[in-house]
Ligand binder design. Structure first.
Ligand SMILES: [Zn+2]
Length: 147
């Protein structure tokens, strides 16, 4: 379930482009079924334009807190899953939807961004990915809780 660190984020969330909302729903679904997460916390959406606001100032990015149950490993796994499903911009293949560097900005987080060219993989590839994720789920051992 997607939750918000503070109430103002809820109205900002409504202003996000449909592609980004869909990606958030996919994240929520995968987080629940693959990583066993119950609550995902949105920490930031809109930020006024500054040197480091990036595309947050254009309502094209969202930040999630590090996942509670699966920790940094699960959060990073999510970034990889999202990047295997979504292509940020076919004209700039080096750009990604999910930032795989969790440590950037003020605190570690999962940064998700979209562009008007952002596209999802076709149904056949999605099916292959689903099968591989199901296999990963069986083997997945989050680092959190391991002493
Ligand atoms: Zn961000």
């Amino acid at each position: 379930m997607i939750e918000f660190k503070d109430p103002s984020l809820m109205s900002q969330y409504q202003k996000l482009p449909p592609t980004l909302i869909t990606i958030c729903n996919v994240i929520d679904l995968l987080a629940h079924h693959v990583l066993g997460e119950e609550h995902l916390i949105v920490t930031s959406i809109f930020r006024p334009k500054t040197t480091d606001s990036g595309i947050h100032s254009m309502f094209r990015a969202i930040d999630f807190a590090i996942f509670k149950e699966s920790g940094e490993e699960g959060t990073l796994r999510m970034a990889e899953m999202i990047n295997s499903i979504y292509k940020y911009d076919y004209q700039r293949p080096e750009m990604q939807v999910a930032n795989t560097t969790l440590y950037h900005g003020t605190a570690p987080h999962l940064h998700i961004q979209v562009h008007s060219n952002t596209s999802a993989m076709d149904a056949m590839h999605l099916k292959t990915l689903t099968i591989s994720l199901a296999a990963q789920k069986k083997n997945f051992q989050p680092l959190t809780g391991v002493v």
